[in-house]
Each structure stands twice: as C-alpha cells, then as structure tokens.
Design a protein around this ligand. Structure first.
Ligand SMILES: NC(=O)C1=CN([C@@H]2O[C@H](COP(=O)(O)OP(=O)(O)OC[C@H]3O[C@@H](n4cnc5c(N)ncnc54)[C@H](O)[C@@H]3O)[C@@H](O)[C@H]2O)C=CC1
Ligand SMILES: O=C(O)CCC(=O)C(=O)O
Length: 531
C-alpha cells in the first residue's frame, strides 16, 4: 500500500507534485491546520504530515496519529510541534533549516525601513487622498547602530545587509565567538550594552526558556530613548504589553512585529498604536522561500517513507537502516557527551575534539560526530538537528576535529569529547556496555561509572568526608529521589566529582541550598534526552 501524506497548511503545489511523482498518496488540505477537531478525526489515516506554522502538533494529536511516521516542517522553528511527544511515539520530525533564511532576513530589513520612514501609515494616508508630507518625518538608517540579538543563520544575513547599508552593527549572542564576530564585521557586546547603544534592535533567536521575554519591561527600560524594535523571530521574545507602554510614553519610537505572543494574532497591545508596523507572520512568505522549503520537505519525507533515509531530522540520526541497529546506543552516547559538554560550557566554544577508541573507531564517525555536535548545539538552539548542527558549528568558527585509535584500555571502545573555549578545555568520556546502555566513564580526567538519566546533577568538591550525606540530606528534604549516585576523585583529598541520576529535576531552591552549604565548587543540573 502506498504511504499517505496529509498537507495541512498552505504549502507550494510543487510539494504535492513531488509526493505524487514519487508514488505517495497525498491529500492537500491547507486549511485543516486551523481546524483542530477535523484534524484529530483524520490524522489516523496518514503516514506523513507536512506542515508550516498553523498546524499545532500536540500530544493529543499524536495520540490519534496511530500510523504517523514522519512530520515535515516546511520551515525552521518547530515550536508548533511537541517534539518530545513525537520522539516518544517514534515519529520523526524534520525541518528545512536554511530554505527561508534569506527571505526572513530580508523581511526584518524591510520592517526596519518601514518603521524608520512610517511607510505603512504614509501609504494609507496617501491612498486616502491626503498629502501629509509634514506628518511623516523619518530617520536614516545610515550610520545608525543596529543591535542584533541572535547571530545564527538569519541574524548573520541581517548583519551583512545592515553593514551594506552602512549601519554600525553590534551583536548579542553568548554563543558567538569573537573570531566569527570579526569575520562578520560586527562588534560583540553583552545584552545591557546592546540595549543602551542600539538605535534599532532586531531579534533572531529561537523561542526557548532562556530567550522567552528577553526584551522584558526591565530590558526595554534600559534601551536608548527613541529606539525602534523589530521582531521577525518569535512571539514571546518581547513583552508586548511593556513595549506598548514604552511606545505610548515615547521612550520607544517605533516597533515592527511579524510574530506575536498568540497566533493568529487577532488582538495585541501593539495593535492600533502609531508607528507600529505589523505583519501576519510573513517572514518566510516569498515565492522563493516557499518553493525551497516545500521542495525540501517533500523530498525528505518521500525519501524517508519510501527508503528509510533520514535527513534534517530533529530527533533521529541520519544513518542507514543497517548501521542503525549496531550504532544506535553509540549515537545516543555521542549525543549525551555533547549535551553534557554544552550544558557545562557558558563561554563561546572555539574547538571540539572527538576521540574514538576501539570498536567505535570503526563505525560511521561522521554520524557519530553529528550526534555529538547536535547534542552540544541543542543546548543553544533546540531547532538544530544532526545535519544542521555541524554547519551551524562551522559557521560559528568552531573547529571540529576527530581522532581515532585502536583499543587502548579496558573498554572495548569509548568516545572522549573535548570542548575548547578561550580560557579552558573540558573533557568527558563514555562507553556502551554489553547491556546496550551508554555510560559516562570519565569527567575532567577522573574515572567514574555513571548511568545516564533524564535528570542529573553534577557537583565538584574537595574530597572530604560528609559530601554524600550533604547531597542525600538536601535532596531528600526537597523530596528529590536519587536513582543512582556515582563518585570519583583525582586522588585522596584532591578534586572530587559526583554525578547523581535523579527521579525528577532539582529545582533552583534545592540547587541554592546545596550551594549555600559552601561544600561544593560547582553545582550543575543537567538534562538528557534519553527517550
Ligand atoms: N518570521 C518568520 O517567518 C520566521 C522566523 N524564524 C525564527 O527565527 C529564528 C532564528 O532562525 P535561525 O537564524 O535560522 O536560527 P539559528 O539557530 O541559526 O540562530 C539562532 C541564534 O540565536 C542564538 N541564541 C540562542 N540562545 C540565545 C540567547 N539566549 N541569547 C542570544 N542569542 C541566543 C544562537 O546562538 C544562534 O546563533 C527561528 O528559531 C525561528 O523562530 C525563522 C524563519 C522564519
Ligand atoms: O511557515 C511560515 O510561514 C513561518 C516560517 C517560520 O516561522 C519558521 O520557519 O520558523
């Protein structure tokens, strides 16, 4: 039986043609994404779901999607998909990481011009036969300072275009290395400096728990008087109500928003305010971008449904079916090693070295590298996948090197990942035991044997008596159960580490309580995708 695909958002007809040409049955129902009940009724009939941003793929929808094998997002952001729920159900989620980047960057630049010169209002007034030449006094972009928050794919294209307009570009992105900033021709600053100096601010970060409300009321209060703010990334990055107040008070001179806290946005505190330009999430809406993402998503989904080949998946490595059987646990280990290093590193990473020893040295190292880098970069951006992560890493100037060697110790094989920043190196190693379970076996050169769980806690301390008691008692009092506890030390009385596998995450109050004991150099919660 031919696989069946449902296209539930408006996608270029080229995608539909590709599915048909490849022998896939396709139903094109571009309005279904907005009709949750009807979607719930029909989703059980499909092997693939191709969407943009209108369709919300919730746990409830996935529960009804008994046949679903793949979700293809024709675009970048996957915040409309419950990816963990899809992973739990074995449904692959793919996106098209680069197809609409230029288009979205151009929209941000267009919005910046629009708000600088009040173009939409001037256009409406002129259509009405008024000739309000004196009402619309604008500002030049030339020589103004543009503050870019988030310098990834889209942000870096915005920087390039803005430099072409002879703007001065300052950038805030904690994961942007100095080297990459120099290459782009932008000045790296911290957020407060960006807020204080920028005449225009544009956002190009994904919506995550760290970036939500990044332009809060407090942040907006720190901006330069007369600033203009552009958001073509995601609703929820800016506090719309606080911005509306700042616009009314005259502190902020203008805003241009493509994305809103609630979409479709039928209401917003920004609506109706003068010099606020709004568009209905049009960032990716050009013929070229929609053609790019539609072709890419249809090809990727067809490949998967017909041959099992995986490309641009957010929750599955790109490996052949035969390799998957042998490499599965090692891929997971590589991802966990990257995730560990990523969560431990707050500074820009300049290089990553991955050493493969013994049995693992003979496997598909490219896929293993991708898994490790994806684990590392996912900490910064949950939208990154195994294919895009190495490209994103390279674009940031992160040098990735690989070494491999014959079996050198007690383990059949192991992987050691070393992350280099401007100031230091951090290493972590792991192996897969015969039970197929990945384990961490060495951190900072200290040997351990730690099972990997979804919620973990890493502490460092001096090797003195009573540390186990302090950890056990503090976590116990907070009702956090320890599933597994591993200790290691460099030498008696020297540096010591503990890695705890917890039944639930330790909340910030527990972490503070541990820090307040004064017994630890470091108390770091860690999360791993063990699904
Ligand atoms: N309006 C629209 O139609 C579209 C909107 N988008 C949005 O644009 C976002 C960015 O897309 P790309 O540039 O392709 O992603 P990207 O992953 O290439 O870049 C995101 C950048 O944000 C940085 N970042 C992450 N956390 C940060 C933080 N806390 N503070 C400052 N910087 C941080 C990352 O280091 C990275 O450089 C997407 O996640 C999506 O939400 C994307 C396409 C179309
Ligand atoms: O599909 C669209 O129109 C929105 C694109 C978008 O927001 C994305 O790719 O993240």
């Amino acid at each position: 039986m031919a696989p069946r695909v449902l296209v539930s958002d408006k996608l270029s007809e080229t995608a539909v043609q590709i599915f048909r040409d490849r022998g896939i049955e396709v139903d094109y129902m571009p309005d279904l994404g907005k009709d949750k009940d009807r979607l719930l009724e029909v989703i059980g009939d499909y092997d693939g779901l191709a969407i943009r941003s209108a369709t919300k793929v919730t746990e409830k929808l996935l529960e009804r999607a008994s046949r679903l094998k793949v979700i293809g997002r024709a675009g970048i952001g996957v915040d409309n998909i419950d990816v963990p729920a899809a992973s739990r159900r074995g449904v692959i989620v793919m996106n098209t990481p680069f197809g609409n980047a230029v288009t979205t960057a151009e929209h941000a630049i267009a919005m910046m011009f629009a708000v600088a010169r009040q173009l939409p209002e001037a256009s409406v007034s002129t259509h009405q036969g008024k000739w309000e030449k004196n009402r619309f006094m604008g500002v030049e972009l030339f020589n103004k300072t543009l503050g870019v928050i988030g310098v990834g794919n889209i942000g870096s294209i915005v920087c390039d275009r803005a430099l072409g307009l002879h703007m001065k570009v300052i950038a805030y992105d904690p994961y942007l290395s100095e080297e990459r900033a120099q290459k782009l021709g932008v000045t790296k600053v911290d957020l407060d400096e960006l807020l204080a100096r920028a005449d225009f601010i544009t956002l190009h970060v994904p919506l995550t728990e760290k970036t939500r409300n990044i332009l809060s009321a407090e942040a907006i209060a720190k901006t330069k008087k007369g600033v203009r703010i552009i958001n073509c990334a995601r609703g929820g990055l800016v506090d719309e109500a606080a911005l509306a107040e700042a616009l009314k008070s005259g502190h902020v001179a203008g805003a241009a928003f493509d994305v809103f806290e609630k979409e479709p946005a039928t209401d917003s505190p920004l609506f109706g305010l003068p010099n606020v330009v709004v568009t209905p999430h049009l960032g990716a809406s050009t013929t070229e971008a929609q053609e790019n993402v539609a072709i890419q998503v249809a090809e990727q989904m067809s490949d998967y449904l017909l041959t099992g080949a995986v490309q641009n998946a957010l929750n599955m490595p790109s490996v052949t079916a035969e390799e998957a059987a042998v490499m599965g646990p090692w891929l997971k280990l590589a991802q966990h090693l990257g995730a560990f290093a990523g969560q431990m590193t707050q500074e820009p990473i300049t290089a990553v070295n991955i050493l493969y020893d013994g049995v693992v040295a003979g496997m598909n190292l490219e896929a293993l590298n991708c898994a490790a880098i994806a684990g590392l970069m996912k900490v910064v951006n949950p939208d990154v996948n195994m294919v895009s992560a190495p490209i994103v890493a390279r674009e940031r100037g992160i040098r990735i090197s690989t070494t491999h060697q014959e079996k050198s110790g007690a383990f059949e094989g192991y992987i050691k990942l070393t992350v280099v920043t401007d100031g230091r190196e951090r290493s972590i190693a792991g192996t897969v035991f015969s039970d197929g379970k990945p384990r961490f076996i060495q951190i900072k050169g200290i040997n351990i044997d730690a099972e990997i769980g979804a919620h973990m806690l890493y502490t460092t301390n001096e090797d003195v008596p009573g540390i186990i008691g302090t950890l056990g008692q503090t976590l116990g009092e907070a009702g956090v159960n320890i599933a597994n506890f591993t200790l290691g030390r460099a030498a008696p009385g020297g540096d010591a580490i503990a890695l705890l596998y917890l039944d639930k995450p330790a909340d910030p109050a527990v972490l503070d309580a541990l820090r307040a004991t004064g017994r630890f150099h470091q108390v770091q919660p860690l999360e791993f995708d063990v699904a």
